[in-house]
Design a protein around this ligand. Structure first.
Ligand SMILES: [Zn+2]
Length: 200
């Protein structure tokens, strides 16, 4: 394991602030999150593991080439174990734990191998994806989006925007998940948990 305080300057990690076409607004460092107050408490979490950071750079470059003017906005990246435990305790005992990895098992975010990301348009505005980041409803689940579009709860434009985000991330080697349109893992989750150090 590695302490979050030792990540800046560590050769295995890459700062998100160094990547062209990527803006960063870590929502857990602000009151704008489901807890309602900042949970990063001065920790510098603007990092991914180097391999994931390099892939994010590829995703941003692909997007710039295929959809000029559009760019990526990172909403969360490296999330230390201590913060995962805090978020878990906020949701404990509610069905919303579906949206969070049990800290005992470990979130892929805590290895610096997962990123929460959305699109910015040519004016730098967050693109409407149908639901907001960390909105814990079925309309955030990629697995239900076609059904919800059929029922008028999501629009074709929402699905197209999610499609652009997914296309950019997938071609760079990220994998989406079935429950959150904004979340992408890099690499195999089993191997990440088995082989990489957790950031505490
Ligand atoms: Zn995530």
């Amino acid at each position: 394991m590695i302490s979050c305080e030792d990540v800046p300057g560590h050769p295995d990690f890459r700062s998100l602030l160094s990547i062209a076409g990527v803006s960063v607004d870590l929502r857990y460092a602000t009151p704008d999150n489901f807890v309602g107050h900042p949970v990063y408490g001065g920790l510098d979490c603007n990092y991914l593991r180097r391999e994931a950071g390099d892939a994010l750079e590829k995703a941003a470059a692909w997007l710039a080439a295929h959809r000029p003017g559009y760019s990526l906005l990172v909403l969360d990246a490296l999330r230390p174990q201590r913060v995962q435990e805090l978020l878990w305790s906020e949701l404990a005992g509610t069905p919303l734990t579906l949206y969070l990895a049990n800290p005992e098992r470990g979130s892929i975010h805590s290895f610096g191998m997962a990123v929460d990301v959305t699109l910015l348009d040519a004016q730098g505005r967050e693109v409407d994806m149908g639901t907001g980041f960390d909105e814990m409803t079925l309309a955030s689940h990629p697995e239900y989006e076609v059904e919800l579009m059929a029922q008028g709860q999501l629009s074709a434009a929402h699905l197209a925007e999610r499609g652009w985000l997914r296309a950019a991330m997938r071609q760079a080697g990220f994998h989406g998940i079935s429950t959150e349109w904004w979340h992408f893992d890099f690499g195999d989750r089993v191997a990440v948990r088995r082989d990489l150090p957790r950031v505490m």
